[in-house]
Design a protein around this ligand. Structure first.
Ligand code: NAP
Ligand code: MG
Length: 491
């Protein structure tokens, strides 16, 4: 047993000592300053303003990034409109598919660089960005490349036509993957795009702009503009936008929905979640414990579909909680670039403060709080994996999305009781069921008001499978054929 070790300059605790295995960032190519990607070129912002993007594990600046104002948004929308009318709608669907396919291939070639940049800019462990974010992003481009010339087979009896220009706004938790979720179906359907990444994680979207150049995508087909919330609002309110695709918080989703009311812009909203992971007495407990840990601590809990509420059937509650604590004690919190790391840095100081304040509220309301006793580095934004027991259905931390590595545990006796409790939040994005009985899986999953339910597994994604929420978790679906139709008019 080793108490602490230094990896990549960061100190953290482990139960067992692993030799440090840091991924080296030496070969990645990043500019010191990034302009806006409009009409196929990097262009200085009319605002003349730039902001810093930092590494949340070190708090060091990585690059300065242009802050687009309404005039820049207008330039990007104009470029997208011209490209849609003069180029993208004129080439054959098979050609469109080839471009999308080429983007996927170049992305694969640069997979390692993209993974490192994702981890540096956003704080997620390299194992995740390398094995999940980047391969899945490429898979989305491959998948939708295949649909580009088959739209009439996808929607038999209909004549699908593109909407025009799509405005796309994405969050910081899966920056490249969210860009892929949005851009790939839009292009396959014949639309052009103006995309805005989140303020704290713009770099992989800007690297994607370089990939689009390398793939020779015609200028203006995809425009990537960086900025804060005001830039997103300028996209939403621009009259030249035909469709908004937004992934982010429910609060901002509501603002967008209000702004779009009364316009003929189409929209899809992928919003927050408060998923229930339900474990029955007949489940394979060790397997379930692993899945529950993955469900909430994966990506620091920065996952809209995170299993942030655990419901354990009463007879196994003690055993499950003990096993969870044992497993959590072994999780390695630290340097996102180290391949041993399980939990990386919290994405920003603001997010860390939000997590801390909700945990304080949980304690004040009588919840029993347990945390792993690992050390965390002094610099950077970190939060230890945390469990709450003795929480009520009405507790703030049971109702509100925390978006951090915090699990609220409740118990239940009957199937009916757990369904009632699981559905009792304003959200309905996802859920998990752990049981040995297939019939129970079907019974529970058909009654949970959530868009995605995993059975005896958690956080599994595939481009062919639709994803999206009920209630305040959103409107519309992304992924699969369901993700293609919101980008099409059907005649
Ligand atoms: P957020 O604050 O809502 O921001 C999302 C994006 O919207 C960012 O690019 C943000 O820019 C921009 N934005 C902020 N204010 C805006 C406005 N008034 N008009 C237009 N755009 C605006 O969400 P976040 O904190 O980045 O992400 C976390 C949330 O995303 C969580 O609630 C999570 O559950 C949700 N999420 C949902 C899914 C899903 O598929 N359902 C997937 C991932 C994440 P700035 O970055 O500059 O603020
Ligand atoms: Mg950053």
């Amino acid at each position: 047993m080793k108490k602490s070790s230094a990896k990549g300059g960061l100190k953290f605790d482990t139960k067992w000592s692993y030799a440090p295995a840091p991924e080296t960032p030496d070969h990645i190519q990043l500019k010191e300053k990034y302009d806006l990607f409009i009409n196929g070129k990097f262009t200085a912002p009319s605002s003349k303003k730039y902001f810093d993007t930092i590494n949340p594990a070190t708090e060091k600046k990585i690059a300065s990034v242009a802050d687009a104002n309404a005039a820049d948004v207008d330039k990007a929308v104009t470029a997208a409109r011209t490209a849609q009318q003069k180029v993208w709608s004129k080439i054959s669907a098979a050609e469109r598919g080839k471009y999308i396919y080429r983007i996927a291939r170049v992305m694969q070639e640069k997979a390692r660089e993209l993974a490192i940049i994702e981890s540096i800019d956003g704080g997620k462990p390299i194992r995740e960005s390398r094995d999940i974010d980047v391969p899945l992003a490429a898979a989305h481009f491959f998948y939708y490349a295949g649909w580009a010339d088959k739209l009439e087979y996808a929607f038999p009896g209909k004549k699908p036509a593109p909407l025009g220009v799509a405005g796309q706004i994405i969050p910081w938790n899966f920056p490249l993957l969210m860009a892929a979720w949005k851009i790939a179906p839009a292009l396959a359907a014949g639309n052009t795009v103006v995309l805005k990444p989140a303020e704290t994680t713009p770099l992989t979207a800007l690297k994607l702009a370089e990939i689009l150049q390398e793939a020779d995508l015609p200028p203006g087909v995809v425009n990537i503009i960086t900025g804060a919330g005001a830039t997103g609002a300028a996209i939403v309110n621009h009259p030249g936008i035909d469709k908004i695709a937004f992934t982010g918080s429910t609060d901002v989703g509501k603002i967008i929905q209000k702004a779009l009311a009364g316009t003929d812009k189409k929209y899809t909203l992928e919003l927050g979640g408060k998923a229930a992971n339900i474990i029955f007495e007949d489940a394979a407990i060790d397997q379930a414990v692993e899945g529950i840990v993955n469900g909430i601590f994966f990506n620091q809990g920065h996952v809209c579909c995170a299993g942030s509420r655990l419901f354990v059937q009463e007879g196994i509650a003690k055993e499950v909680i003990r096993k969870l604590k044992d497993r959590i004690q072994t999780l390695i919190v630290g340097d996102p670039l180290d391949k041993n790391t399980d939990i990386g840095a919290i994405n920003s100081k603001a997010q860390l403060n939000k997590i801390k304040s909700l945990v304080q509220i949980g304690i004040k309301e009588g919840g029993e709080c347990w945390q792993s006793d690992c050390d965390v580095p002094s610099k950077g934004f970190w939060f230890r994996p945390t469990l709450f027991t003795n929480v009520a259905q009405s507790s703030t931390i049971v109702q509100e999305e925390i978006f951090g590595p915090v699990l609220a545990i409740q118990t239940f006796r009957t199937v009916e009781e757990v369904i009632e409790k699981a559905n009792n939040t304003p959200y309905g994005l996802s859920g998990g069921v752990w049981t040995d009985k297939g019939s129970k899986v079907f019974k529970v999953s058909s009654k949970l008001r959530a868009g995605v339910i995993w059975a005896n597994t958690y956080n599994k994604f595939d481009p062919t499978s639709p994803f999206g929420g009920y209630k305040e978790s959103g409107v519309g679906r992304e992924g699969g054929l369901h993700g293609l139709s919101p980008y099409l008019k059907m005649y």
